[in-house]
Design a protein around this ligand. Structure first.
Ligand code: GLC
Length: 456
């Protein structure tokens, strides 16, 4: 009886996190509007979903080849890979790779310090290899002198300063694009890339005729949606909880990346901490006594959520984590903590599903299909590590996009291989168009010769 009453009171605080199917459909409809605004020639300036053209015009067809160096700057790690693409065996080989954690002073220092800048953040590009301007840092990065700069150029200069490399073309790709491209090599129906890790974002192949800010009507182009910014214009006010507002206020970028802050690994742990704290204040947890640790921002790591939700060892893990946080817990507290984690991670998965459903529904309608079969390349620690995130996401996508059959493919080796694939595909397209020009030239010459022959 006492337990039931407690349960009801806890549920009342968790209610705002539970989003009905109708609500998710509504969120999806709002995102659809914002995506259209982002694609518009005149409206994109005021769009919170940036819909950045990536100038990637095709996914791999399996005939790409060559040697590539890929630099992958993620939320926590910086990876350098030497990648070899083999045409004969249709394989992408990682020849060599190095991975290092990014120290705080580099994340917040000057751009100059970071010798080889950026990948998984908002980039506005003018063409694949010519120019890409860093719009803003995300995920805890804040290096001075880089925002608004052309990072392809900065990278070329940094490579030049080293003096020991000679690199012919430098392409800057977002991690979602890298993920789509690396999965696209394994499964040619992969036309969407999605990241649910420290940050969240997705890219997909859009019809050129809808990409109003880039000349040309034919074919498709990959669009980096930057869906993390969805809601920055206030359109998700009714979905946000008091905890989301607090997370935003205390973040290094208040008012920015509203959608991401409800979904990604950088924030989920903090949301859970704030809920646990609130329940403690309401005397629904830990006999009303928070510990120093629980009062400290960032102390509840996102990985704790995955550990606590493990189907078999979850409760034991919860007990260990609560002990580590110096809390005076009992069994009911451990169960409530588990419920909080489950509620916060479920909302994240369902919001992600709403956004992904918007994309697959759009692709289906773009192509005038009754039914779409497509593959999403996915990466990110939340998707990979959480015990039931992927199941919840997939179940919700099925409900929100009933006419789409969506397969999920986890990317191997992060987006580095995909970055190499972007260059490989661009080289293939360039070669194909050169061959086409040459053969056009040959045709013209032959025609001229024929005319000459006729004159004789
Ligand atoms: C952030 C970045 C975005 C990236 C995503 C996933 O939202 O702005 O560019 O793709 O994180 O890493």
């Amino acid at each position: 009886m006492v337990l039931n009453r407690l349960h009801l009171k806890v549920q009342k605080h968790l209610e705002p996190f539970r989003l009905s199917l109708e609500k998710l459909q509504d969120v999806s409809a709002r995102l659809r509007k914002d995506m259209i605004r982002g694609l518009g020639k005149h409206s994109h300036h005021r769009a919170s979903v940036k819909m950045l053209p990536t100038f990637v015009r095709a996914t791999p067809d399996g005939t790409e080849k060559g040697d590539f160096l890929a630099l992958d700057l993620g939320g926590t790690n910086f990876r350098v890979l030497h990648v070899r693409v083999l045409e004969e065996e249709q394989r992408v080989l990682k020849m060599d790779s190095q991975i290092c954690a990014i120290p705080q002073d580099i994340m917040l220092g000057t751009g100059e310090k970071k010798r080889l800048p950026t990948a998984s953040t908002s980039l506005l590009m003018s063409s694949l290899c010519a120019q890409s301007i860093l719009i803003r840092w995300t995920k805890g990065f804040n290096c001075s002198g880089v925002e608004g700069e052309d990072v392809v150029n900065l990278l070329k200069e940094a490579i030049h300063r080293r003096g020991d490399y000679d690199i012919s073309s430098v392409a800057m790709v977002n991690d979602t694009v890298g993920t789509m491209m690396s999965c696209g090599y394994r499964d040619q129906s992969c036309e969407i890339g999605m990241i649910i890790g420290t940050g969240t974002n997705a890219c997909y192949m859009e019809e050129m005729k809808n990409v109003k800010r880039v000349e040309g009507e034919d074919g498709r182009m990959c669009i980096n949606t930057e869906w993390g910014g969805f809601g920055d214009d206030g359109c998700l006010k009714d979905v946000l909880t008091e905890f989301d507002e607090e997370v935003d206020k205390t973040s290094i970028n208040p008012g920015v990346h509203t959608f991401e802050k409800m979904i990604s690994g950088m924030y989920l742990g903090e949301i859970v901490r704030l809920v646990l704290l609130k329940l403690t204040e309401e005397k629904l947890l830990f006999r009303g006594c928070p510990s120093e640790a629980l009062l400290t921002p960032g102390s509840f790591e996102t990985r704790f959520i995955s550990e606590i939700e493990e189907p078999d060892s979850g409760l034991e893990n919860a007990k260990k984590i609560l002990t580590k946080l110096d809390l005076d817990w009992d069994l009911v507290d451990a169960c409530v903590a588990r419920l909080v984690c489950d509620t916060v991670s479920s909302r994240s998965a369902r919001l992600c599903a709403a956004a992904l459903a918007t994309i697959v529904n759009r692709i289906r309608i773009n192509r005038g299909l009754d039914h779409l079969k497509t593959t999403v390349g996915v990466d990110g620690t939340v998707y990979r590590k959480h015990p039931n995130f992927s199941d919840e996401l997939q179940a919700a996508v099925r409900l929100l996009a009933p006419k789409c059959d969506v397969t999920f493919l986890i990317s191997e080796d992060g987006s580095g291989k995909g970055a190499a694939m972007v260059t490989a595909v661009a080289q293939r397209l360039a070669l194909q168009s050169r061959l086409l020009e040459d053969s056009d030239g040959e045709d013209e010459e032959e025609e001229e010769e024929e005319k000459c022959d006729a004159n004789i």
